[in-house]
Design a protein around this ligand. Structure first.
Ligand code: PMP
Length: 427
């Protein structure tokens, strides 16, 4: 029997006791991230765990040999300037290399639209800062990447959760929800491709309809698409950025986190040129500039032509891993679950049909040696107690099979536990 995990339960971080401090009202809406907290929780564990929880590239997928070689020159003894402050909008060589790397892709853009950020999260934060006033209605997908919804909440948004199905955000259901709300959203936050957490992709028809609704409502579409370059099956779709064709309502957020490495903390925003001065002012009041040594490293990586080869190798490996996970799920969970079929990216969304609550399951699974993120972590209102997110990208196929066996063992343990609430009570 594996050792008991050291854990606090994975619950949203609540506001700490203020000890009489004059905290700002907005701290009521600083909800933190269950997803990010799981990183700290997993670091504390000492037993063997198959890690399906974090959305990180595989360790083997990070091009450490190339990066360390490039660092010798880009960050070597002759490169003191690489340790200086950088231009707020991004280091010119990286801006140039990125424009060249994106040319001909669905994310092709121009210098006046490009703005370098400290990862995708800063792009989302900048969108919140520029567009959300307290009380504004912000649409989020349900389920969604709750770091994104948490960013909107930190700007005191009111959230409207709109359903996602096999074709991504259900835009007609969204239209009905907006009608019922009696007011239009200021911002629509969407992850259109290989969505985090569901793995689903917004169809072309829905992409077009979403842009149409946004124009009708005057809503800004925050197009958060970090996984789009990791398509390993199916036909490519144009990004919302490309379909918008320069419409100022689309604000696109991108990152190198999933395609090179998350620790770099380098990403970019592609937005209407009229927003550049505001983006600069906002970022200057946040962190001055994006980490320059890491910008230089990414510049060398792009300019050296390494990105295409890396993407090709990783797409192939992630495809293998997705199939390994789906095969293992069919074999071991086929009678009690269904799951999505992503054509790229990192995640599968599993829905249990036997009444087990995935939040309760988390602790049992950790003790059995497998980690995932429970469904309620992806819904600001705590939906999806019957679902969980599995990241297939970071684990090798043989370990994936072992992880799914452990997951089944944990489900069976919980399902037969005498203190377990009857199925009908789970809602
Ligand atoms: N958006 C989505 C949908 C993501 O999955 C992530 C990373 N998990 C981010 C944004 C944030 O990216 P970064 O790590 O570059 O801040």
């Amino acid at each position: 029997m594996p050792s008991t995990p050291t854990s606090q339960p994975l619950v949203p971080t609540s506001r700490p006791a203020s000890r009489g401090l004059p905290l700002a009202g907005r701290t009521d809406q600083l909800v933190g991230s269950v997803i990010d907290s799981s990183t700290s929780l997993l670091h504390q564990q000492t037993h063997d765990i198959v890690r399906f929880a974090m959305g990180s590239p595989a360790a083997e997928a990070v091009p450490t040999a190339i990066l360390s070689k490039l660092a010798e020159t880009a960050l070597g003894p002759e490169s003191a300037d690489a340790y200086d402050y950088a231009a707020t909008e991004g280091d010119p060589p990286l801006r140039e290399a990125l424009l060249a790397a994106l040319a001909g892709t669905s994310d092709a853009t121009t210098a006046d639209r490009l703005f370098l950020t400290s990862g995708g999260m800063q792009g989302l934060d900048l969108a919140g800062k520029l567009f959300i006033d307290p009380g504004d209605l912000v649409v989020v997908e349900s389920p969604t990447y709750t770091n994104g919804s948490a960013t909107a909440l930190s700007y005191q948004a009111e959230l409207l959760e709109a359903p996602v199905d096999a074709e991504g955000l259900d835009v007609e259901a969204l239209s009905a929800l907006v009608q019922r709300a009696g007011r239009v959203p200021k911002v629509i936050y969407t992850i259109p491709t290989f969505q985090n957490p569901s793995g689903t992709t917004l169809s072309l028809a829905r992409r077009q309809r979403l842009l149409e609704l946004a124009r009708q409502w005057g809503s800004v579409v925050v197009d958060d698409d970090p996984y789009g370059m990791l398509r390993f099956e199916g036909d490519a779709l144009p990004t919302l950025h490309e379909l918008a064709d320069g419409d100022p309502l689309v604000f696109s957020v991108r990152t190198f986190s999933k395609i090179i490495a998350p620790g770099l903390r380098v990403g970019w925003v592609d937005a209407d040129p009229s927003l550049q001065p505001l983006l600069i002012n906002a970022k200057q009041a946040m962190d001055t500039c994006t980490n320059l040594p890491m910008q230089r490293l990414v510049t060398e990586f792009l300019a050296g032509g390494h990105l295409e080869g890396l993407l090709a190798a990783n797409r192939e490996e992630y495809r293998r891993r997705k199939h390994a996970m789906q095969d293992a799920l069919t074999q071991h969970l086929g009678d009690i679950a269904r799951w999505t079929n992503p054509e790229g990216g990192f995640f599968l969304w599993v829905t249990l049909t036997n009444g087990v609550d995935t939040q309760e399951l988390f602790e049992v699974a950790l003790a059995e040696g497998v980690a995932f993120i429970p469904g309620p972590a992806f819904s600001p209102s705590g939906r999806f107690h019957d679902a969980l997110r599995l990241c297939f990208a970071s684990t090798a196929p043989e370990r994936i099979r072992e992880g799914v066996v452990r997951l089944r063992r944990a489900i069976d343990r919980l399902a037969t536990r005498p203190d377990r609430a009857p199925e009908s009570d789970l809602g």
